[in-house]
Design a protein. Structure first.
Lengths: 136, 616
């Protein structure tokens, strides 16, 4: 096992109504995926300001996957606002020489097992390849 | 199972919060893969934690007692439980806290089963579990007492589907005092059960059962039945759903519709399509199943007219009256082969997939009893007709069903057992006296090759999920790998769906007997009644709140708010109207002074969670 201080951690912000039960569904199917993934249940990821993402990278999170409900978000207009914010985060990441692939916005439903596994594995491949973020 | 160690957690000195952490073994589901005691040891040293305990089943009375006792003793003022998915037991543990006179919102949950032990094992699983418990502890330290929001709900339930489960659900809900609308797409009530004659294992007439239920439903003052009616729209939330339904009194494909116009030799046409909104508080789905239709050539089906399905046989035999000789379509039936597991228990690599590459790998659970019931009926009513039963396994589970098997032996039904890899072959008979013969390698006689000439082959076809893709899509319902609607948990929440306020009844959920379907329907009605009976539903108080001392009055939160009227500027400060707030947090992200946050899901709490995840 990779020692805890070297683990390239992936933070998953999973929506309470779609992606979090989707992650439960993956577990119920006993489908394995990398251990360096930490799923936090959120009502709507639109609540996080740009600085939250930058702070996460600064603290040592290697990758963040926002698993939203996509266009099926129960909060009308939230997904559009979120997408706009993530664009703004990308601009800030570029300014700080952070690989923007470290942050990914996806839509995962309650039974999107394959999509969930694909996203997690892709992000894990990436963070294993590019390593921990380096920020001042 | 350990008690907390005596030594004091130095990380908790000088902290005001007193967090209790309770880690579940889940009877091995977690502890087989995660070192639960190690997780407990780690939790005990986390900031703010004053006690950490383990139990075989934290959801059991004994497990919950650990929490309630610590609260009553004043040992803790916040609770973290590390166990299964929060959708299963969050309410259980909040209930335990409430019983100890605590506030149910001083609680957070670490999912170390679905997100850890069911996907990995060993050291890395234990390490991840520790991190997730740490994140929950980080959040728990910032939790505050909250009061739930109460929303008026409608004492009304809508049942979709007028089969036996729908009828039973409607009647039960109405008897609980709810107003009920039952919608059924066909002109008839009874569903698939109406296709049956007598019901296994005890032989009641299906027509009697349905007639009795339907009469009670139609006469009940609390129930409105709408036939020819389909769901076309779904909106709202638990306690207040708006269902758009369309009632089509004639088949629109018959002719072009012109309400108000004279139709030659018919008369002036009236509106034949009525659309309306049903305002309801909960929905019970009772959309039923469809019977498996064998492929062309599967056991000779479609190639030989003498090969029929079990539902066909039930229908045909049900019409035969007053004769001791079985004749179908003018032919005397001297011998019948009955083949089990047709369209059920299909095995990849052995059975043919459908056009979408799908196999029915599940057992349909009702066919074995139904086959044996019919075999006994035929042997007793038409003693000159011999029955040959070809089975993989006999699964006559449940009360009274094994007796059917014993009785079939007494009735001299002849059994042959086949392996799935060597299914019986149905071919034209070499004996000119019979149209078909069934050949099989019989496992009961040490794989002896047997040829049985027969007049009729009956395929025991199983159940498949009904085609309700429109409803699934409209209501965003979870569907299992078997294509049936999926409950939240088969044991703990067997009739609840992930969509709050939507319940399951009958065979839309899984293959089951009529008795089981009625049990499920009654359970769904009881759930709906307990939910709506009080006339109000308690919702979690996760709404925005403003720290007026920090608010600079920029109005950015009002601009970002997604709910009309939920936020407004009053005297230069942001003001939240809780009843209108969606709790999405769109306002939180845009406040430059961090004066607004979401109760129970605050930005500060997420930052604390991340801190614990990255902590070394």
């Amino acid at each position: 096992m990779e020692s805890p201080d070297k683990e390239k951690k992936i933070l998953i912000l999973a929506t309470d109504s779609c992606a979090y039960p989707g992650a439960d569904s993956v577990g119920q199917a006993h489908s394995s995926y990398p251990a360096n993934t930490y799923i936090l249940r959120v009502r709507a990821p639109v609540m996080f300001p740009e600085q939250f993402y930058l702070d996460c990278f600064k603290k040592g999170i290697s990758g963040i996957i926002i698993m939203s409900c996509g266009e099926e978000c129960p909060y009308e207009g939230a997904y559009k606002a979120l997408a706009t914010r993530i664009d703004a985060v990308y601009q800030l990441m570029k300014k700080q020489d952070l690989d923007i692939r470290r942050l990914r916005l996806t839509a995962i439903c309650t039974v999107c097992n394959r999509a969930f596994l694909k996203e997690v594995n892709l992000m894990n491949d990436l963070v294993q390849e590019i390593g921990l973020p380096e920020m001042d | 199972m350990s008690d907390p160690k005596e030594k004091k957690n130095e990380n908790s000195v000088n902290r005001s919060e007193k967090i209790g952490v309770y880690v579940c073994y889940c009877g091995g589901n977690i502890s087989d893969h995660v070192d639960v005691e190690k997780v407990r040891d780690a939790a005990e040293k986390m900031p703010g934690v004053v006690v950490a305990r383990t139990n075989s089943f934290m959801c059991s009375d004994l497990g919950q007692d650990l929490i309630t006792q610590d609260l009553k003793d004043g040992l803790i003022d916040r609770v973290v439980v590390a166990s299964c998915a929060p959708s299963l037991h969050e309410s259980t543990f909040r209930g335990a806290i409430t019983r100890a006179n605590g506030n149910p919102y001083i609680y957070d949950h670490a999912n170390i089963r679905e997100h850890v032990s069911w996907i990995m094992h060993g050291e890395k699983a234990t390490f991840k579990a520790e991190k997730l418990v740490g994140a929950a502890v980080g959040k728990a330290g910032l939790l505050e007492k909250l009061d739930p929001i109460q929303v008026n709900s409608r004492k009304h339930v809508t049942v979709i589907g007028g089969g036996i489960a729908g009828l039973k659900a409607a009647l039960s809900a109405a008897d609980f005092g709810l107003n009920v609308v039952l919608i059924e797409k066909t002109p008839f009530l009874g569903g698939n059960a109406a296709m049956l004659d007598k019901i296994a294992p005890f032989g009641e007439k299906a027509s009697d059962l349905i007639s009795q239920l339907a009469k009670s439903v139609l006469e009940h003052k609390n129930i409105t039945v709408k036939t020819h009616c389909r769901l076309v729209g779904f909106d709202g939330y638990i306690g207040k759903f708006d269902l758009s339904v369309k009632t089509v009194f004639t088949d629109p494909s018959d002719h072009e519709q012109h309400p108000g116009h004279f139709v030659p030799f018919e008369g002036v046409e009236t509106d034949t399509v009525v659309e309306e909104i049903i305002e309801t508080g909960a929905v019970i789905l009772a959309t039923g199943f469809k019977s498996y239709r064998p492929d062309h050539g599967e056991y000779g089906f479609g190639k030989h007219k003498e090969v029929i399905t079990l539902p066909d046989l039930i229908k045909q035999v049900g019409k035969v009256e007053g004769s001791s000789t079985l004749e179908l379509d003018g032919r005397k039936i001297r011998s019948i082969a009955m083949i089990h597991c047709v369209g059920s228990r299909q095995i990849p690599g052995i059975h043919k997939e459908d056009e979408n590459g799908y196999l029915n790998e599940y057992c349909s659970r009702t066919c074995c009893s139904s086959v044996l019931f019919m075999a006994n009926k035929i042997r007793e009513q038409f003693p000159d007709t011999n029955i040959y039963d070809f089975y993989r396994d006999i699964r006559t589970y449940g009360r009274g069903q094994e007796d059917l098997y014993d009785k079939a032996s007494e009735n001299r039904v002849v059994f042959f057992r086949f392996d799935a890899t060597e299914s019986p072959q149905v071919i034209p008979s070499s004996d000119s006296d019979y149209p078909l013969q069934v050949t099989v390698k019989d496992g009961l006689t040490f794989n002896e090759e047997i040829e049985v000439p027969v007049d009729l082959v009956v395929l025991a076809t199983g159940m498949e999920a009904g085609d309700i893709s429109d409803i699934v899509s409209m209501m965003k319902l979870p569907v299992g790998t078997d294509k049936f609607l999926q409950e939240v948990h088969p044991k703990l929440a067997p009739v609840e769906m992930a969509v709050s306020g939507v319940f399951l009844a009958g065979t839309c959920q899984a293959p089951m007997t009529i008795g089981e379907a009625c049990n499920g329907a009654a359970a769904a009605a009881a759930k709906a009644a307990s939910l709506l009976g009080k006339g109000l539903v308690e919702l979690d108080p996760y709404v925005a709140e403003v720290d007026t001392a920090l608010c600079d009055g920029t109005g950015a939160c009002v601009d970002a708010c997604l709910a009309d009227g939920a936020l407004a500027m009053v005297d230069g400060k942001a003001l939240v109207t809780p009843a209108l707030c969606l709790g999405c947090g769109a306002c939180v992200a845009v406040c430059p002074s961090r004066a607004i946050d979401l109760k129970g899901w605050s930005l500060k709490q997420y930052e604390a969670m991340v801190d614990m995840i990255v902590a070394e």
